[in-house]
Design a protein around this ligand. Sequence first.
Ligand code: TPP
Length: 203
Amino acid sequence: MVTKEEIIAFEQEIAGIFATGVIRAPVHLRAGREDQLIDIFKKFQINDDDYVFGFWDSHELALLKGVPAAELKQAILEGRSISLCFPKQKVLCSGIVGSLMGTATGVAWSLKHQGQKGRAFIFCGDMSAETGIFHEAVKYACNFDLPATFIVCDNGVSVMTNTRETWGSPDPWFKGTAYEKKIIYFKYTNGYPHSGLGKLIKF
Ligand SMILES: Cc1ncc(C[n+]2csc(CCOP(=O)(O)OP(=O)(O)O)c2C)c(N)n1
C-alpha cells in the first residue's frame, strides 16, 4: 500500500505543477488526513473486490486503492482531478456534491443480491454529509444492511462556510443515531485551501 510520505509527496508535486498553470481545470489538494485514510483502508482491508466512491478531492483515495501514481498524475494533467474514474481499480468520483451517494448504495445493493464479495466505500466531506441524499443513502443502506460504509472526513468547512455554524449543532446529525453503524467519522485540518492554491493561477 502507498505510504503517508508518498501521498504527501504526490500532492506536493501536483501543487507545484498546478502553480505553473498547465492544468486547465480545478484541482482540490488535501493534506492532514493521510493517517486516518490509511487506517481505514487497513482496518477494512479494502481490496480489489471493493468499490471506492469519492468526490472532487480524491487523489489520496485513488493512490490507496492502487491506481499507479503515473496514471493518476496523467488524469490530473488532463483535467480530470475532480471526476477521477478508474474502472480497473473500481474508483469512481464526481465533482457534484452528493451525486454518487445513490449510485454507491445501488452498487452495494447489487453486490449483496448478486452474492458478490465486494463492498462500497463512500468518502465525503462534512457538508456533503448534511445533504438529504446522504441521509437517504445511509438510511437505505442501514435498513437493508447493505455492504456500504460512508466515511465522513470533517475539515469543518464547505469551501469557506463553517459547517457546524450553518446547521447550528456542534456534531453531525448522525451522532448518537442508529445510522452510525454505517458511518466512519473523523476530523482533520486541511493543509491546502479548499480548491487550488488560494491564489489566481493564469493559464
Ligand atoms: C451540486 C453542487 N453544488 C455546489 C458545488 C460546489 N462545491 C464543491 S465542493 C463544495 C463543498 C462541500 O463541502 P464538504 O462536503 O465539507 O467538502 P470538503 O470541504 O471536504 O471539500 C461545494 C459547495 C458542487 N460541486 N456541486
